[in-house]
Design a binder for this molecule. Structure first.
Ligand code: PXG
Length: 453
Protein backbone atom coordinates (compact mmCIF):
# COMPACT_ATOMS: atom_id res chain seq x y z
CA UNK A 1 0.00 0.00 0.00
CA UNK A 2 1.18 3.50 -0.75
CA UNK A 3 2.82 5.09 2.26
CA UNK A 4 0.49 8.06 2.07
CA UNK A 5 -2.56 5.85 2.38
CA UNK A 6 -0.98 4.01 5.28
CA UNK A 7 -0.20 7.27 7.05
CA UNK A 8 -3.14 9.39 6.09
CA UNK A 9 -2.70 13.07 5.58
CA UNK A 10 1.04 12.79 4.88
CA UNK A 11 0.64 14.04 1.34
CA UNK A 12 -0.47 17.51 0.43
CA UNK A 13 -3.74 17.90 -1.42
CA UNK A 14 -1.76 18.80 -4.52
CA UNK A 15 0.28 15.57 -4.62
CA UNK A 16 -1.09 13.83 -7.72
CA UNK A 17 0.53 10.48 -6.97
CA UNK A 18 -1.10 10.02 -3.59
CA UNK A 19 -3.90 7.57 -4.39
CA UNK A 20 -5.96 9.22 -1.71
CA UNK A 21 -6.07 12.17 -4.11
CA UNK A 22 -6.58 10.10 -7.24
CA UNK A 23 -9.94 8.67 -6.25
CA UNK A 24 -12.98 10.91 -6.69
CA UNK A 25 -15.30 9.52 -4.04
CA UNK A 26 -19.07 9.15 -4.48
CA UNK A 27 -21.51 11.07 -2.27
CA UNK A 28 -18.65 12.12 0.02
CA UNK A 29 -17.15 15.47 0.96
CA UNK A 30 -13.84 14.53 -0.68
CA UNK A 31 -11.66 17.18 0.95
CA UNK A 32 -12.96 16.48 4.43
CA UNK A 33 -12.51 12.73 3.98
CA UNK A 34 -9.01 13.06 2.60
CA UNK A 35 -7.99 15.32 5.47
CA UNK A 36 -9.27 12.68 7.93
CA UNK A 37 -9.45 9.39 6.02
CA UNK A 38 -11.32 6.50 7.49
CA UNK A 39 -10.28 3.27 5.84
CA UNK A 40 -11.79 -0.17 6.15
CA UNK A 41 -9.50 -3.12 5.95
CA UNK A 42 -11.61 -6.24 6.22
CA UNK A 43 -14.98 -7.55 7.26
CA UNK A 44 -16.43 -10.66 8.77
CA UNK A 45 -19.98 -11.33 9.88
CA UNK A 46 -21.52 -8.23 11.41
CA UNK A 47 -18.19 -6.42 11.94
CA UNK A 48 -15.71 -4.35 10.00
CA UNK A 49 -12.07 -4.04 10.92
CA UNK A 50 -10.76 -0.53 10.32
CA UNK A 51 -7.24 0.27 9.17
CA UNK A 52 -6.27 1.03 12.78
CA UNK A 53 -7.47 -2.50 13.70
CA UNK A 54 -10.55 -1.31 15.56
CA UNK A 55 -13.57 -3.57 15.16
CA UNK A 56 -16.87 -1.84 14.54
CA UNK A 57 -20.40 -3.23 14.40
CA UNK A 58 -21.96 -2.74 10.97
CA UNK A 59 -25.15 -0.90 12.02
CA UNK A 60 -26.52 -0.37 8.48
CA UNK A 61 -25.51 -3.73 6.96
CA UNK A 62 -22.94 -1.78 4.90
CA UNK A 63 -25.23 0.40 2.74
CA UNK A 64 -28.29 -1.79 3.44
CA UNK A 65 -26.82 -4.54 1.32
CA UNK A 66 -25.20 -7.19 3.53
CA UNK A 67 -27.98 -8.60 5.72
CA UNK A 68 -26.33 -12.03 5.85
CA UNK A 69 -23.09 -10.57 7.18
CA UNK A 70 -19.74 -10.28 5.50
CA UNK A 71 -17.83 -13.22 4.07
CA UNK A 72 -20.77 -15.59 4.41
CA UNK A 73 -19.04 -18.93 3.71
CA UNK A 74 -21.77 -20.16 1.39
CA UNK A 75 -21.56 -17.08 -0.82
CA UNK A 76 -17.77 -16.96 -0.79
CA UNK A 77 -17.63 -20.58 -1.93
CA UNK A 78 -20.26 -20.11 -4.64
CA UNK A 79 -18.44 -17.15 -6.15
CA UNK A 80 -15.06 -18.86 -6.00
CA UNK A 81 -16.43 -21.94 -7.76
CA UNK A 82 -18.26 -19.88 -10.35
CA UNK A 83 -15.27 -17.77 -11.33
CA UNK A 84 -13.44 -20.96 -12.29
CA UNK A 85 -16.37 -22.56 -14.12
CA UNK A 86 -17.70 -19.60 -16.14
CA UNK A 87 -16.37 -16.15 -15.34
CA UNK A 88 -18.39 -14.31 -17.94
CA UNK A 89 -21.11 -15.14 -20.37
CA UNK A 90 -22.52 -12.72 -22.96
CA UNK A 91 -25.95 -11.55 -21.98
CA UNK A 92 -27.32 -10.65 -25.43
CA UNK A 93 -28.60 -13.49 -27.64
CA UNK A 94 -27.01 -16.06 -25.30
CA UNK A 95 -27.70 -17.20 -21.80
CA UNK A 96 -26.50 -19.39 -18.98
CA UNK A 97 -28.88 -21.63 -17.12
CA UNK A 98 -28.36 -20.39 -13.54
CA UNK A 99 -29.52 -16.89 -14.57
CA UNK A 100 -32.90 -18.26 -15.70
CA UNK A 101 -33.17 -20.31 -12.52
CA UNK A 102 -32.36 -17.30 -10.35
CA UNK A 103 -35.09 -15.28 -12.09
CA UNK A 104 -37.59 -18.02 -11.30
CA UNK A 105 -36.50 -18.23 -7.67
CA UNK A 106 -36.72 -14.47 -7.12
CA UNK A 107 -40.23 -14.30 -8.61
CA UNK A 108 -41.21 -17.20 -6.37
CA UNK A 109 -39.75 -15.52 -3.30
CA UNK A 110 -41.72 -12.37 -4.12
CA UNK A 111 -44.89 -14.47 -4.14
CA UNK A 112 -45.50 -13.66 -7.80
CA UNK A 113 -44.25 -16.76 -9.59
CA UNK A 114 -45.49 -15.58 -12.97
CA UNK A 115 -43.61 -12.28 -12.87
CA UNK A 116 -40.64 -11.91 -15.23
CA UNK A 117 -37.25 -10.69 -14.06
CA UNK A 118 -34.93 -8.36 -15.98
CA UNK A 119 -31.40 -8.33 -14.56
CA UNK A 120 -29.24 -5.22 -14.20
CA UNK A 121 -26.25 -4.29 -12.02
CA UNK A 122 -27.45 -1.72 -9.53
CA UNK A 123 -30.45 -0.05 -8.02
CA UNK A 124 -30.04 2.97 -10.27
CA UNK A 125 -30.13 0.77 -13.36
CA UNK A 126 -33.14 -1.09 -11.99
CA UNK A 127 -35.08 2.15 -11.61
CA UNK A 128 -34.23 3.49 -15.06
CA UNK A 129 -35.11 0.09 -16.52
CA UNK A 130 -38.49 0.06 -14.75
CA UNK A 131 -39.26 3.57 -16.04
CA UNK A 132 -38.39 2.52 -19.58
CA UNK A 133 -40.59 -0.57 -19.29
CA UNK A 134 -43.49 1.57 -18.07
CA UNK A 135 -43.24 4.10 -20.91
CA UNK A 136 -42.74 1.44 -23.59
CA UNK A 137 -45.57 -0.71 -22.21
CA UNK A 138 -48.17 2.03 -22.69
CA UNK A 139 -46.83 2.84 -26.13
CA UNK A 140 -47.11 -0.79 -27.19
CA UNK A 141 -50.69 -0.82 -26.02
CA UNK A 142 -51.50 2.19 -28.18
CA UNK A 143 -51.38 4.70 -25.34
CA UNK A 144 -48.27 6.60 -26.34
CA UNK A 145 -49.60 9.75 -24.69
CA UNK A 146 -48.88 8.21 -21.29
CA UNK A 147 -45.41 9.66 -20.82
CA UNK A 148 -45.60 11.34 -17.46
CA UNK A 149 -44.08 9.72 -14.39
CA UNK A 150 -44.96 10.61 -10.83
CA UNK A 151 -42.30 10.38 -8.14
CA UNK A 152 -42.35 11.64 -4.58
CA UNK A 153 -40.60 14.23 -2.45
CA UNK A 154 -37.71 12.88 -0.35
CA UNK A 155 -37.50 9.81 -2.60
CA UNK A 156 -34.17 8.29 -3.53
CA UNK A 157 -34.23 6.23 -6.70
CA UNK A 158 -30.54 6.20 -7.49
CA UNK A 159 -28.51 8.42 -9.76
CA UNK A 160 -29.55 7.53 -13.31
CA UNK A 161 -31.23 10.36 -15.17
CA UNK A 162 -34.62 8.72 -14.75
CA UNK A 163 -34.09 7.93 -11.09
CA UNK A 164 -32.76 11.41 -10.36
CA UNK A 165 -35.77 12.94 -12.11
CA UNK A 166 -38.36 10.99 -10.13
CA UNK A 167 -36.29 11.32 -6.95
CA UNK A 168 -37.19 14.01 -4.50
CA UNK A 169 -33.91 15.18 -2.97
CA UNK A 170 -33.11 18.66 -4.15
CA UNK A 171 -29.28 18.62 -3.90
CA UNK A 172 -29.29 15.49 -6.08
CA UNK A 173 -31.35 17.27 -8.74
CA UNK A 174 -30.53 20.94 -8.87
CA UNK A 175 -27.05 20.65 -10.43
CA UNK A 176 -28.47 18.64 -13.28
CA UNK A 177 -31.70 20.53 -13.85
CA UNK A 178 -31.48 20.57 -17.66
CA UNK A 179 -31.13 16.80 -17.71
CA UNK A 180 -34.25 16.08 -15.66
CA UNK A 181 -36.98 14.21 -17.56
CA UNK A 182 -39.76 16.47 -18.73
CA UNK A 183 -43.26 15.78 -17.49
CA UNK A 184 -42.30 14.43 -14.09
CA UNK A 185 -44.38 15.45 -11.11
CA UNK A 186 -44.05 14.57 -7.43
CA UNK A 187 -46.35 13.44 -4.65
CA UNK A 188 -45.74 15.03 -1.27
CA UNK A 189 -43.66 12.98 1.14
CA UNK A 190 -45.43 11.52 4.15
CA UNK A 191 -43.16 12.63 6.98
CA UNK A 192 -44.91 15.03 9.30
CA UNK A 193 -43.21 14.92 12.71
CA UNK A 194 -46.01 16.76 14.48
CA UNK A 195 -48.49 14.12 13.37
CA UNK A 196 -46.37 11.01 13.89
CA UNK A 197 -43.50 11.68 16.28
CA UNK A 198 -42.17 8.51 17.98
CA UNK A 199 -44.56 6.23 16.12
CA UNK A 200 -43.80 2.54 16.22
CA UNK A 201 -44.29 0.89 12.84
CA UNK A 202 -46.77 2.54 10.50
CA UNK A 203 -48.05 5.97 11.56
CA UNK A 204 -51.82 6.28 11.94
CA UNK A 205 -51.81 9.67 10.24
CA UNK A 206 -51.29 10.36 6.59
CA UNK A 207 -53.23 7.94 4.32
CA UNK A 208 -54.98 10.95 2.82
CA UNK A 209 -51.69 12.07 1.27
CA UNK A 210 -52.17 9.34 -1.34
CA UNK A 211 -55.14 11.33 -2.62
CA UNK A 212 -52.59 13.76 -4.02
CA UNK A 213 -52.24 11.23 -6.83
CA UNK A 214 -55.91 11.78 -7.65
CA UNK A 215 -55.24 15.52 -7.66
CA UNK A 216 -52.33 15.07 -10.11
CA UNK A 217 -54.58 12.93 -12.32
CA UNK A 218 -57.09 15.78 -12.25
CA UNK A 219 -54.37 18.25 -13.17
CA UNK A 220 -52.59 16.32 -15.93
CA UNK A 221 -55.27 13.79 -16.99
CA UNK A 222 -54.74 10.04 -16.64
CA UNK A 223 -54.11 9.74 -20.38
CA UNK A 224 -50.75 11.49 -19.87
CA UNK A 225 -49.55 9.46 -16.88
CA UNK A 226 -47.56 6.24 -17.31
CA UNK A 227 -46.52 5.32 -13.80
CA UNK A 228 -46.09 6.29 -10.21
CA UNK A 229 -42.93 5.18 -8.43
CA UNK A 230 -42.44 5.02 -4.66
CA UNK A 231 -40.20 3.31 -2.18
CA UNK A 232 -42.73 1.45 0.00
CA UNK A 233 -40.57 2.60 2.93
CA UNK A 234 -38.28 5.54 2.16
CA UNK A 235 -34.85 4.36 3.25
CA UNK A 236 -32.20 6.84 2.21
CA UNK A 237 -33.89 9.91 3.63
CA UNK A 238 -34.18 8.30 7.04
CA UNK A 239 -36.67 5.44 7.31
CA UNK A 240 -39.89 7.24 6.43
CA UNK A 241 -42.56 4.63 7.14
CA UNK A 242 -45.74 4.71 5.02
CA UNK A 243 -48.85 5.73 6.94
CA UNK A 244 -51.47 3.03 7.44
CA UNK A 245 -53.64 2.71 4.35
CA UNK A 246 -51.41 4.97 2.22
CA UNK A 247 -49.97 2.36 -0.13
CA UNK A 248 -53.37 0.67 -0.47
CA UNK A 249 -54.83 3.99 -1.60
CA UNK A 250 -52.02 4.57 -4.11
CA UNK A 251 -52.77 1.12 -5.51
CA UNK A 252 -56.49 1.85 -5.79
CA UNK A 253 -56.02 5.19 -7.52
CA UNK A 254 -53.38 3.92 -9.93
CA UNK A 255 -55.51 0.89 -10.87
CA UNK A 256 -58.55 3.08 -11.40
CA UNK A 257 -56.66 5.27 -13.88
CA UNK A 258 -54.58 2.61 -15.68
CA UNK A 259 -51.35 3.96 -14.15
CA UNK A 260 -48.60 1.46 -13.40
CA UNK A 261 -47.50 1.29 -9.78
CA UNK A 262 -43.76 0.79 -9.32
CA UNK A 263 -42.34 -0.18 -5.94
CA UNK A 264 -38.65 0.59 -5.59
CA UNK A 265 -37.61 -2.23 -3.27
CA UNK A 266 -33.85 -1.72 -3.57
CA UNK A 267 -33.68 -1.38 0.22
CA UNK A 268 -36.79 -3.30 1.30
CA UNK A 269 -36.30 -6.30 -1.01
CA UNK A 270 -34.89 -9.49 0.47
CA UNK A 271 -36.20 -9.31 3.95
CA UNK A 272 -35.50 -5.94 5.58
CA UNK A 273 -39.08 -5.66 6.82
CA UNK A 274 -39.25 -9.31 7.89
CA UNK A 275 -41.00 -10.49 4.70
CA UNK A 276 -39.14 -11.18 1.46
CA UNK A 277 -40.51 -8.00 -0.14
CA UNK A 278 -42.31 -4.96 1.29
CA UNK A 279 -45.21 -5.68 -1.08
CA UNK A 280 -45.82 -8.85 0.95
CA UNK A 281 -45.40 -7.03 4.24
CA UNK A 282 -47.95 -4.37 3.30
CA UNK A 283 -50.17 -6.67 1.23
CA UNK A 284 -50.09 -4.30 -1.75
CA UNK A 285 -49.08 -5.62 -5.16
CA UNK A 286 -47.23 -3.31 -7.55
CA UNK A 287 -46.97 -3.81 -11.31
CA UNK A 288 -43.19 -3.41 -11.39
CA UNK A 289 -40.69 -3.95 -8.57
CA UNK A 290 -37.05 -2.92 -8.52
CA UNK A 291 -34.50 -4.71 -6.39
CA UNK A 292 -30.69 -4.70 -5.91
CA UNK A 293 -28.38 -4.62 -2.86
CA UNK A 294 -29.27 -7.69 -0.76
CA UNK A 295 -30.04 -9.91 -3.77
CA UNK A 296 -26.37 -10.94 -3.69
CA UNK A 297 -25.78 -9.86 -0.10
CA UNK A 298 -23.76 -7.03 -1.64
CA UNK A 299 -21.03 -9.41 -2.74
CA UNK A 300 -21.33 -8.85 -6.49
CA UNK A 301 -23.26 -5.88 -7.90
CA UNK A 302 -26.68 -6.92 -9.17
CA UNK A 303 -30.15 -5.50 -9.48
CA UNK A 304 -33.31 -6.29 -11.35
CA UNK A 305 -36.90 -5.52 -12.19
CA UNK A 306 -39.81 -7.83 -11.56
CA UNK A 307 -42.59 -7.24 -14.08
CA UNK A 308 -46.13 -8.57 -14.03
CA UNK A 309 -46.54 -11.25 -16.68
CA UNK A 310 -49.14 -9.11 -18.48
CA UNK A 311 -46.54 -6.40 -18.98
CA UNK A 312 -44.05 -8.90 -20.36
CA UNK A 313 -46.74 -10.38 -22.63
CA UNK A 314 -47.50 -6.95 -24.06
CA UNK A 315 -43.88 -6.71 -25.20
CA UNK A 316 -44.12 -10.16 -26.77
CA UNK A 317 -46.83 -9.19 -29.23
CA UNK A 318 -44.63 -8.23 -32.22
CA UNK A 319 -42.82 -10.41 -34.79
CA UNK A 320 -40.91 -13.27 -33.17
CA UNK A 321 -37.53 -12.52 -34.71
CA UNK A 322 -37.55 -8.91 -33.49
CA UNK A 323 -35.96 -7.67 -30.28
CA UNK A 324 -38.89 -6.70 -28.09
CA UNK A 325 -37.17 -4.36 -25.63
CA UNK A 326 -34.19 -2.31 -26.81
CA UNK A 327 -32.49 -2.26 -23.47
CA UNK A 328 -29.92 -4.26 -21.49
CA UNK A 329 -26.43 -4.20 -20.03
CA UNK A 330 -23.23 -6.09 -20.86
CA UNK A 331 -23.30 -7.43 -17.32
CA UNK A 332 -27.04 -8.25 -17.04
CA UNK A 333 -27.15 -11.62 -15.29
CA UNK A 334 -23.37 -11.76 -14.80
CA UNK A 335 -22.42 -15.31 -13.78
CA UNK A 336 -20.68 -14.20 -10.57
CA UNK A 337 -23.67 -12.12 -9.53
CA UNK A 338 -25.99 -15.01 -10.35
CA UNK A 339 -23.88 -17.40 -8.29
CA UNK A 340 -23.86 -14.98 -5.37
CA UNK A 341 -27.61 -14.54 -5.82
CA UNK A 342 -28.31 -18.28 -5.63
CA UNK A 343 -26.11 -18.69 -2.57
CA UNK A 344 -27.76 -15.70 -0.88
CA UNK A 345 -31.22 -17.08 -1.62
CA UNK A 346 -30.14 -20.45 -0.22
CA UNK A 347 -29.08 -18.66 2.96
CA UNK A 348 -32.22 -16.51 3.16
CA UNK A 349 -34.39 -19.60 2.82
CA UNK A 350 -32.50 -22.50 4.43
CA UNK A 351 -31.08 -20.48 7.31
CA UNK A 352 -34.47 -18.79 7.76
CA UNK A 353 -32.76 -15.42 7.81
CA UNK A 354 -35.84 -13.42 6.84
CA UNK A 355 -37.76 -15.00 9.72
CA UNK A 356 -34.80 -14.06 11.88
CA UNK A 357 -35.09 -10.44 10.75
CA UNK A 358 -38.78 -10.55 11.66
CA UNK A 359 -38.00 -11.91 15.11
CA UNK A 360 -35.32 -9.26 15.73
CA UNK A 361 -37.65 -6.43 14.67
CA UNK A 362 -39.40 -6.08 18.07
CA UNK A 363 -36.02 -6.22 19.82
CA UNK A 364 -34.85 -3.26 17.76
CA UNK A 365 -38.17 -1.43 18.15
CA UNK A 366 -38.23 -1.72 21.93
CA UNK A 367 -34.58 -0.84 22.32
CA UNK A 368 -34.44 2.12 19.93
CA UNK A 369 -37.45 3.81 21.49
CA UNK A 370 -35.66 3.87 24.86
CA UNK A 371 -33.49 6.60 23.31
CA UNK A 372 -36.46 8.95 23.53
CA UNK A 373 -35.48 11.72 25.94
CA UNK A 374 -31.74 11.35 25.30
CA UNK A 375 -29.94 14.59 24.39
CA UNK A 376 -31.01 16.13 21.07
CA UNK A 377 -33.29 13.25 20.05
CA UNK A 378 -36.44 14.71 18.47
CA UNK A 379 -37.99 11.66 16.80
CA UNK A 380 -37.56 7.91 16.52
CA UNK A 381 -39.25 5.71 13.93
CA UNK A 382 -38.96 2.06 12.98
CA UNK A 383 -40.35 -0.74 10.88
CA UNK A 384 -39.09 -4.29 10.38
CA UNK A 385 -35.40 -4.48 11.14
CA UNK A 386 -34.71 -0.81 10.56
CA UNK A 387 -35.06 2.41 12.52
CA UNK A 388 -34.03 6.05 12.42
CA UNK A 389 -33.23 8.55 15.11
CA UNK A 390 -33.86 12.18 14.23
CA UNK A 391 -31.62 14.72 15.91
CA UNK A 392 -32.11 18.40 16.59
CA UNK A 393 -29.92 20.12 13.99
CA UNK A 394 -27.14 22.39 15.26
CA UNK A 395 -28.24 25.97 14.64
CA UNK A 396 -27.35 27.03 11.11
CA UNK A 397 -25.36 23.85 10.43
CA UNK A 398 -27.65 21.12 9.19
CA UNK A 399 -26.04 17.68 9.22
CA UNK A 400 -23.34 18.58 11.74
CA UNK A 401 -25.06 16.95 14.73
CA UNK A 402 -25.44 13.63 12.96
CA UNK A 403 -21.88 13.77 11.63
CA UNK A 404 -20.63 14.18 15.19
CA UNK A 405 -22.66 11.16 16.25
CA UNK A 406 -21.23 9.17 13.36
CA UNK A 407 -17.68 10.11 14.37
CA UNK A 408 -18.14 9.57 18.11
CA UNK A 409 -19.98 6.27 17.60
CA UNK A 410 -16.84 4.77 16.09
CA UNK A 411 -15.23 5.23 19.52
CA UNK A 412 -18.07 3.07 20.82
CA UNK A 413 -17.38 0.41 18.21
CA UNK A 414 -20.33 1.33 16.01
CA UNK A 415 -20.39 2.21 12.34
CA UNK A 416 -23.64 4.13 11.81
CA UNK A 417 -24.96 5.93 8.77
CA UNK A 418 -26.22 9.48 8.80
CA UNK A 419 -28.23 11.47 6.30
CA UNK A 420 -29.01 15.06 7.14
CA UNK A 421 -29.56 14.93 10.88
CA UNK A 422 -30.96 11.42 11.05
CA UNK A 423 -29.11 8.30 12.03
CA UNK A 424 -30.33 5.18 10.24
CA UNK A 425 -29.97 1.69 11.67
CA UNK A 426 -30.44 -1.53 9.72
CA UNK A 427 -28.36 -4.21 11.42
CA UNK A 428 -27.53 -7.47 9.70
CA UNK A 429 -30.10 -10.25 10.08
CA UNK A 430 -27.37 -12.41 11.60
CA UNK A 431 -27.09 -10.02 14.57
CA UNK A 432 -27.93 -11.42 17.99
CA UNK A 433 -30.48 -9.68 20.22
CA UNK A 434 -27.56 -8.77 22.52
CA UNK A 435 -25.71 -7.08 19.68
CA UNK A 436 -28.79 -5.01 18.88
CA UNK A 437 -29.13 -3.98 22.52
CA UNK A 438 -25.42 -3.17 22.66
CA UNK A 439 -25.75 -1.03 19.52
CA UNK A 440 -28.48 1.04 21.18
CA UNK A 441 -26.53 1.38 24.44
CA UNK A 442 -23.46 2.49 22.45
CA UNK A 443 -25.61 5.13 20.76
CA UNK A 444 -26.97 6.25 24.12
CA UNK A 445 -23.42 6.73 25.43
CA UNK A 446 -22.54 8.59 22.23
CA UNK A 447 -25.48 10.99 22.54
CA UNK A 448 -24.72 11.65 26.18
CA UNK A 449 -20.99 12.10 25.62
CA UNK A 450 -21.64 14.65 22.88
CA UNK A 451 -24.09 16.53 25.08
CA UNK A 452 -21.59 16.93 27.89
CA UNK A 453 -18.43 17.11 25.82
N1 PXG B 1 -33.42 2.93 -5.12
C1 PXG B 1 -33.41 2.98 -3.79
C2 PXG B 1 -34.71 2.90 -3.06
C3 PXG B 1 -32.20 3.06 -3.09
O1 PXG B 1 -32.22 3.12 -1.76
C4 PXG B 1 -31.07 3.07 -5.21
C5 PXG B 1 -32.29 2.98 -5.84
C6 PXG B 1 -29.83 3.11 -6.06
O2 PXG B 1 -29.11 1.95 -5.94
P1 PXG B 1 -27.56 1.91 -6.43
O3 PXG B 1 -27.25 0.43 -6.37
O4 PXG B 1 -27.53 2.41 -7.81
O5 PXG B 1 -26.77 2.76 -5.47
C7 PXG B 1 -31.01 3.10 -3.82
C8 PXG B 1 -29.68 3.20 -3.13
C9 PXG B 1 -28.17 5.19 2.49
C10 PXG B 1 -27.86 4.74 1.09
O6 PXG B 1 -27.28 5.56 3.21
C11 PXG B 1 -28.89 4.28 0.28
C12 PXG B 1 -28.63 3.89 -1.02
C13 PXG B 1 -27.34 3.92 -1.51
C14 PXG B 1 -26.29 4.35 -0.70
C15 PXG B 1 -26.55 4.78 0.62
O7 PXG B 1 -29.34 5.17 2.90
N2 PXG B 1 -29.71 3.48 -1.76
Amino acid sequence: MNANLASPGAAGAADPVDPLQSLWMPFTPNRLFKAHPRLIESASGAYYTLADQRRVFDCLSALWCTPLGHAHPRIVRAVQEQVQRLDFSPSFQLGHKPAFELARRIAQLAGRPHDRVFFVNSGSEAVDTALKIAIAYHRMRGEASRTRIIGRERAYHGVGLGGTSVGGISPNRKMFAPLMLPGVDHLPHTYSPDDMRYSRGQPQWGAHLADELERLVGLHDASTIAAVIVEPMQGSTGVIVPPRGYLERLREISTKHGILLIFDEVITGFGRLGKPFASQYFGVQPDLTTFAKAVTNGVVPMGGVLARSGIYDTFMSGPEQAIEFFHGYTYSGHPLAVAAGHASLDAFIEERQIERAASLAPVLENAVHTLRGEPNVIDIRNIGLTAAIELEPCAGQPGLRARRVFERAIEEGLLVRFTGDSISLAPPFISTPDEILAMIEGLRRTLRALATG
